[in-house]
Write a protein that binds this ligand. Structure first.
Ligand SMILES: C[S@@+](CC[C@H](N)C(=O)[O-])C[C@H]1O[C@@H](n2cnc3c(N)ncnc32)[C@H](O)[C@@H]1O
Length: 328
């Protein structure tokens, strides 16, 4: 019955949702891209907004922030996100696509909830474990991530958000307009593809002698290989117990090797809509994690947890991975 009521409401609201998406995509092309504000940052963020309104993963800060962003701001959030939330609230049906932590094995449709859960858990564990908790939290390529604003009150953690200036500026403006406290967060404007990005972080007060958790979610695929290697090498210089949570695509997907030829083309095409490009993937190998473990040899970091999106039974082997890597 709940599902039926939801479907009826969703069909009635569909024209509004489609209008919302028209406005949203127009803004991406005409407002965000010309100002170099990341368009792809809206993709995972949109998934988290849906999980919030559906009631599976609360993110009040993210929800408030959306109202003031150039992409989801005002009418767009109302038409795209709030309408669906309303349909779920009235019907009492929690749309499975936005379940949290979501089904296992996951698939590309439920990838955002799998990914959010993986990183939520690793952040919580690193910051709140009893022994040697991380006291510094760095979000690399933060986009519209709001984990720094959903920390428990009174948590004594130094937070840094690192991204390119246009995206950070749009976010800072939205945080101010939304009245979200952000005094505990230092914003660092930089480009990871430039060798000096760590200097920008150090100049902003980052303390390399503190145990640190680095969230590097949804970013490696946009970087050049050297930037990924350099970043891992830098993380290896942090104190023991420091960790990085990162996701990555397989090299075969990025390069369009069999059996991913068509999927690779479609993925590159969808990212080029945002005027961004996918550049980096890691070889997988027999154990899927072989390539990552090989990459980590250079920095001496240790792979602690490794998960894949999709099932091993799927026609195409998994090509998107989540990992937790530690300095021991
Ligand atoms: C797909 S978004 C992910 C955002 C966020 N981590 C999340 O999961 O919601 C990728 C982010 O990385 C940032 N980014 C991409 N390339 C970058 C670079 N070379 N230097 C700094 N930031 C970069 C983009 O601006 C964007 O905010």
């Amino acid at each position: 019955m709940r599902v039926l009521i939801f479907i009826i409401l969703a069909v009635l609201l569909l024209p509004l949702i489609l209008l919302g998406y028209l406005i949203f995509f127009w803004r991406i092309r005409r407002v965000c891209i010309p100002q170099n504000i990341s368009g792809t940052a809206n993709e995972p963020y949109g998934g988290r907004l849906y999980m919030h309104v559906v009631g599976t993963r609360p993110d009040e800060a993210g929800y408030k922030l959306a109202w003031y962003l150039p992409s989801y701001g005002g009418i767009a959030r109302l038409l795209i996100i709030d309408t669906l939330g309303l349909a779920c609230k009235i019907s009492g049906y929690k749309l499975w696509v936005f379940s949290y932590p979501g089904p296992r094995p996951s698939n590309m449709v439920t990838a955002i909830s799998h990914r959010s859960y993986f990183f939520d858990e690793s952040v919580k564990e690193a910051l709140f474990r009893s022994s040697n908790p991380a006291t510094q939290f760095v979000v690399l390529g933060s986009g519209f991530d709001t984990r720094c604003y959903n920390l428990p009150e009174g948590a004594d953690i130094k937070c840094f958000e690192v991204d390119m200036a246009p995206t950070l500026n749009a976010k800072k403006r939205a945080l101010e307009l939304a009245g979200i406290a952000h005094e505990h967060v230092t914003f660092v404007e930089t480009d990871f593809n430039q060798e000096t990005w760590m200097e920008a972080l150090l100049d902003s007060g980052f303390n390399p002698s503190l145990t640190t958790y680095i969230l590097w979610e949804g970013v490696t695929m946009y970087l050049v290989e050297e930037a990924v290697r350099d970043t891992l090498n830098l993380i290896a210089t942090l104190p023991a117990g420091s960790a990085v949570g990162m996701d990555f695509f397989s090299r075969d997907l990025i390069e369009g090797n069999p059996p991913y030829e068509k999927l690779s083309k479609a993925t590159h095409r969808s990212i080029s809509f945002y005027s961004e490009s996918l550049r980096f993937g890691i070889a997988t190998g027999k154990n899927l994690s072989d390539g990552l473990e090989e990459l980590l040899k250079e920095s001496g970091l240790t792979l602690i947890r490794f998960e894949h999106i999709g099932s091993l039974e799927d026609k195409k082997p998994p090509y998107y991975f989540l990992s937790l890597i530690e300095k021991q």
